[in-house]
Design a protein around this ligand. Sequence first.
Ligand code: PEP
Ligand code: MN
Length: 363
Amino acid sequence: MTLKLDINPIKAWMPNIDNPLLISGPCSLETEEQTMETARLLAKDKRVFVFRGGVWKPRTRPGSFEGVGSIGLKWLQQVREETGFPVGTEVANAQHTEEALKAGLDVLWIGARSTASPFVVQEIADVLKGTDTVVMIKNPVNPDVQLWMGAVERIYQAGIKNIVGIHRGFTPFRETKYRNYPNWKTFIELKRLLPNLPVICDPSHIAGTREYLFEISQKAFDMGMEGLMIESHRDPSCALSDAGQQLTPADLGKMLDKLVIRYENASNPEFDNQLDVLRNRIDAIDAELLEILASRVQIVKQIGEYKRDNNVTALQISRWTQLMENRVKLGKSMDVNETFVKILFQLIHEDSVRMQTEIMDQE
Ligand code: PEP
Ligand code: MN
């Protein structure tokens, strides 16, 4: 069910922004110098709007760098004073949230591991009550859209209207190209359920390595996401966490130069007219497709009755194998994607068998 929550657009709390919202900064704040130097370099690029820096780091296993803790909040304040950047960090419990609010941070985000725990999200929401902080909510580690949506609702119910979703990918259950696989359909489903929620992408945690950042960022814009959170470090090779996926601010700038930014509307009447013409054609073709499917259903039913009257099974494997081979070949000759044809005819055939067994059971 679609929920029309009264969530603010990004422009409501960042009026001087021309989309997209770009957030950047180190995975972890390590020293005052590393924080300030990275921020100074980022401030040279007017496309960066918010400075991020992890202070309390959720590490999968103990023993790795767990962040500098509260001292990092002071460095974030310094960044804001010197560069004018709004600043943000990840909070993972009530105490982090209290400290971050006390330090006057502009943006707080809830990490993927925390979004997966409703108790943690509620604990954070309870502390946020009565503030007008900007809260960003990463997807949970598993592609459970309800859990992601639930976290948004908990924060919203605490009276927060400045909310942004962050798509950072999902833990893979086998070796994949990316560190966290981007299940784009979970993002699409979240937008369907919460149309007012602005969503940005975190290509750094999806990619896990620098080489994939561009393709994921471009895909995010192609899909209509409203910004990016990209990790950057003055010297990524020395980073204490996520060294392989961080960019120098200069390389971030080069990547931004290459990205094509897309908008939901072109604000160009000629484009809108042409789009309407093409969409009308698609509507007509879809109606034809459905008519063709309806006539196929009639024949499937006739065959079902015929099989029933002659005590023949609904499913004939050899016919099914032959049909699939033929359709894939035919599809290929018309330049229709093979996987698509397979999935489509699996569905069509499955439904035909269902209809025919129903006819047989009516006997
Ligand atoms: C981060 O942004 O540094 C982080 C730890 O992210 P995630 O919660 O997506 O793993
Ligand atoms: Mn990181």
